[in-house]
Every structure is written in C-alpha cells, then in structure tokens.
Design a protein. Structure first.
Length: 376
C-alpha cells in the first residue's frame, strides 16, 4: 500500500506541474505563431502547417485554404511552415521550385521581415492585453510606501531612514505603493539610489545602496535581489483594492510589459558584468515547476504568469541567433542593406551555428533546472 501511495502521489505531483505548464505554454505559443500566420496571410504568403507543439500530430484539420492546423505531442513550442520551407525553422527548401506562388522565400524582404517580427510582437500584445484585463477586472491591492521598521545594519539604516518615514520618490520616479518601491529596489542591488522621503511633514533626500541578499519565496525558491532592509506591517485598513479604467488599464499593461523587459535585460546585463549568477536561468523543467506552484495560488495568478512568459518568449525570439526569429531578422536586415540575399553557404553555416547555440542554451538551462531540483 505504501508503494502504491508513493506512485500515485508522484503521479499527482507530476500532473499538478504538467497541466498548468501545458496550459501556459500553449497559450503563449499559439499567439506567437498566430502572429506569424496572420501577417503571412495578409502579405499573400501561403501557410502549409500551423502547429502547436512538435513531433507526431495528436489531432488536426485542414482549413479551406489548405493549411493544416495541428496539435502535436511535444508541447515545447510550435511553428508555422510556409509552402516553400524545408522545415519548421523556415530554412528554404532547396528541392522546391523557384518562384512558388505564395512562397515565403520569394516574398519581398520587407514582407519577410514583417512576417518574422509578427511572432514576438504578438507575444508583447498578448502580455499587454492580459495585464490590462487583470488590472481592469481583478484590480490590485495597494498600500502606501511607509516604513514601519528598519533592520539594524541594513542599507536603509546606514542611509538614515527611520520608522515612520514615507518613501515619495526613488531616482526621480514617484512611488505610489510599497510594491512599486520593492520592485525598483530589488532590481538595483549595489547601485546607489537617491530616495526622497517624507518625515514629520518635511521632505528630505537620502542615498541608499540596496544590498544583494538571497530570499525564499512562499514555495521555497531562492532568489538574489536587492534589499534596503525596511518592512511594512499594515493593518487591514492600510490595504486598498483598486481597479483601473479601460485606458488606464491598457497603459498599466504597457508599463507592466516594459517592466518585465527591463528586468530581463538588467539581469542579462548583470550576468555579463559578473553581478548576477546564471543559475537563475531556467528551462522547461523550471517553467513547469513554477507553473504548478503558481497554479496552486489560483487561476488569475496562472494567467498573470502567462503574460510574463509571453514577454520572455517574445524577447528570446528576438535574440539575433540563427534558428530564432531574431536570427532571420538579422539575415533579412543584411539582405535589405546589401540589396541581395546572403549566399546559401553563409546561411547554412549560420543555421548550424544557431542550432548549436540553441542546443547549448537548452542543455545549460536544463542542467540548472536539475540542480535547482536537487536531482543532480
């Protein structure tokens, strides 16, 4: 009986990660590929396959224009294949006749650029729509950026911040909530911040440098963030739920999307400069784990994670690496500048390098995932 319980318990845990993971990734991948598909149709390029997932087809159908819509067995991405593509990476089919009507490779370079860019753009639009919808319907809980306590020896204590102060601005950015203050501080470790605060009715300015510290979230995941060392102990009356109007919600959705982009680039820049550790980079296993954890909080949290992942996938695809959308855009940009495409030999070398880079990134991310899960 104990053995059966162990198996069923493990299966239940696996499903609690797998189902939210497939839900989130399917939404994000579908809209990414839909961006490619819609702009391709608009540009007169024929699509032979629209697939969510890779590998053998689970279920599918043909639309009236001959596109095969399919759901495939490996839920780790998707692709749109044009009629003159050799494979899902839109590498030209050398065996296909030249000047195929409705072909992608024979479309003008500007149309190809628009089609390729449409995928990441669709990811950003999806994120903005999700964030805006959540701000307008579920709203958000806000509490003022008051200081209730200061940890001795912390960056805040060294800067002279005291209990009873209220944070008004950080580096010129007006602070409207404690959460906003935490976001700015967490992403600026080891960087001096000019803080305007209100004390006993008077404004004063101090400079504080958030310190890198490791913290655990509610699920036990460890993150390295910047901390000032101040805390808030609010009463129920201090927390206010606000909902945004339609236009305000859209603008807030844009700001939230930009926040994710900015934090991503800050983190990558930190890795390059040696300030951040690359062990925070995660792959499919980490996404599945976090999806299951977030799903346990509620459906709204999972939808919010879909928006964050959508931004991340949009950014990843814009990296100038052959095999990714950014690599195609790099090649097409060079073609537009020179007035003629790169040679097939150069393209083949580029695609091989791109494939090697993508595989190395996947192996590294998966290794990080296994280390974080203490499997290795």
């Amino acid at each position: 009986m104990e053995f059966i319980h162990l198996i069923t318990g493990s299966a239940g845990t696996l499903l609690s990660y797998l189902i939210p993971f497939i839900f989130v990734l399917t939404i994000v991948v579908f809209f990414h590929e839909l961006g490619h598909f819609l702009v391709a149709r608009w540009c007169g390029v024929s699509v032979s396959v629209f697939s969510v997932g890779f590998g053998p087809e689970i279920v599918g159908f043909n639309d009236r224009r001959g596109t095969r819509w399919r759901l495939s067995i490996i839920p780790l991405g998707g692709y749109v294949r044009f009629i003159d593509d050799e494979n899902a990476a839109s590498i030209p089919d050398s065996a296909a006749p030249k000047n195929v009507p409705g072909g992608f490779q024979t479309a003008s370079v500007w149309r190809r650029i628009a089609i390729v860019a449409a995928g990441p753009v669709a990811n950003f639009i999806l994120a903005i729509v999700i964030f805006a919808t959540l701000f307008a319907t579920a709203g958000r809980y806000v509490m003022s950026a008051d200081v209730d306590s200061v940890r001795p020896g912390s960056a805040a204590a060294e800067a002279g911040i005291q209990p009873g102060d209220r944070i008004l601005k950080i580096d010129g950015v007006e602070i409207d909530s404690f959460t906003q203050m935490q976001r700015i501080v967490s992403g600026n470790a080891d960087r001096p911040l000019e803080i305007v605060l209100l004390r006993a009715g008077r404004e004063m300015t101090v400079t504080a440098t958030p310190q890198y510290q490791e913290i655990k979230d509610r699920f036990g995941n460890v993150q390295r963030v910047g901390l000032l060392g101040i805390s808030r102990n609010p009463s129920p009356d201090d927390i206010v739920r606000t909902r945004a109007g339609p236009l305000e919600a859209v603008w807030m959705g844009v700001e939230e999307t930009w926040f994710v982009i900015d934090r991503t680039f800050s983190y990558l820049g930190g890795i390059i400069m040696g300030r951040e550790s690359a062990d925070q980079l995660g792959g499919p296993i980490r996404i599945a784990q976090v999806s299951g954890q977030v799903a346990s909080v509620g459906i709204l949290a999972l939808i919010n994670m879909s928006a964050i992942l959508s931004v991340s996938i949009g950014l990843l695809n814009l990296f100038p690496v052959p095999m990714l959308d950014g690599g195609h855009l790099l090649f097409y940009g060079i073609e537009a500048a020179r007035g003629r495409p790169l040679s097939q030999r150069v393209l083949d070398i580029g695609y091989r390098i791109g494939l090697a880079l993508v595989l190395m990134l996947m192996i590294f991310a998966t290794w990080n995932d296994l280390i974080q899960l203490s499997i290795l």
